[in-house]
Design a protein around this ligand. Sequence first.
Ligand SMILES: Nc1ncnc2c1ncn2[C@@H]1O[C@H](COP(=O)(O)OP(=O)(O)O)[C@@H](O)[C@H]1O
Ligand SMILES: N[C@@H](CCC(=O)OP(=O)(O)O)C(=O)O
Length: 379
Amino acid sequence: MRTDVAGERQGISEARRIVVKVGSSSLTTAEGGLDADRVDALVDALAKARSGGEKEIVLVSSGAIAAGLAPLGLRRRPKDLARQQAAASVGQGLLVARYTASFARYGVRVGQVLLTTDDTSRRAHYRNACRTLDQLLDMGAVPVVNENDTVATDEIRFGDNDRLAALVAHLVRADVLVLLSDVDGLYDGDPSRPGSTRIDEVRGPADLEGVSIGSAGKAGVGTGGMVTKVEAARIAAAAGVPVVLTSASQAADAVAGRTTGTYFHPTGRRSADRLLWLQHASTPQGALMLDDGAVRAVVQRRTSLLPAGIAGVEGEFSAGDPVELRDTRGRAVARGLVNFDAREIPQLIGRSTRELARELGPGYEREVVHADDLVVLHP
Ligand SMILES: Nc1ncnc2c1ncn2[C@@H]1O[C@H](COP(=O)(O)OP(=O)(O)O)[C@@H](O)[C@H]1O
Ligand SMILES: N[C@@H](CCC(=O)OP(=O)(O)O)C(=O)O
């Protein structure tokens, strides 16, 4: 282990706020459902880390669908969304009951937080989620976060919890993100093949060249495999949050900052805004076509998008929805939260805000997408 890495990980031992994500494969089996011993072992590690009072833990836990399979007589994870949601509905209750009992051994309360992609991109929802998580932590509770599987549709689903965990790490301004799986790190090839070796550290995308990143493991309960974990690590690292990827059995070492698994160095600066969510978690509900001047204004000068620069509209969206902003070649150049319903846009196209206010009323003297609600995709 190189000294600079040890130094970096020393930083993790001082981390105050830690987001820990645990996958279905570390807590459940398709046949047996939730494994209480494995939940207890994880909780032991997390409760010990918090015991000095300096560390705050946010737990992002998968396992609702897997925990609901056996009680519903399902032998394997169903492919259709409706049965996955039924399993999640039964399993989420069992999962949180299990965490509640397990943390109670240490006198620690848990609070269930179920999020959808909407909660991660709409301003009011985002602020609410931030406030609830902060409040739970202030009151000494451990938030247990999962996707709100029962209401998410295929189109708006995160699906895997790795990306959700990266966005939660950004949302709570975590000092480190710990991704726990059934494998003790990222390998340069299929870890079950002899000869594959673990990668100790990833400094940036170049370190991933030639690495064969595969899908979910044999347990049959995980979803994304390494692909979504590496993607989550990339999102968090780009937002300035270091990431440790290791196995659930190494949880105590990981949260204590002892060297284990694969370490992803931060590649970007921390930012306190919610635009990361807009970029990575939102599904655009439609698109606005921009003329060349508007593309320059939005992409280079980072100004708001005004009606005068719009050339066309596509899709069915409501005010507040995320939409894509496209250039004249149809390339997505930005994403933003739109201030009008799709059906209102045609009458605004190419007009000045003053003209619109005079004709349609003062409510129309506003940006179509405010600069604060915009994220540029191709600077
Ligand atoms: N390059 C790789 N390095 C490590 N694990 C890999 C790699 N490629 C594929 N995997 C698989 O990814 C699995 C973990 O993903 P998954 O089953 O979705 O777990 P979880 O439920 O923890 O999210 C491992 O069991 C492993 O078999
Ligand atoms: N929200 C889902 C998570 C889906 C899932 O399996 O995720 P993961 O095990 O992290 O790959 C659940 O609780 O079952």
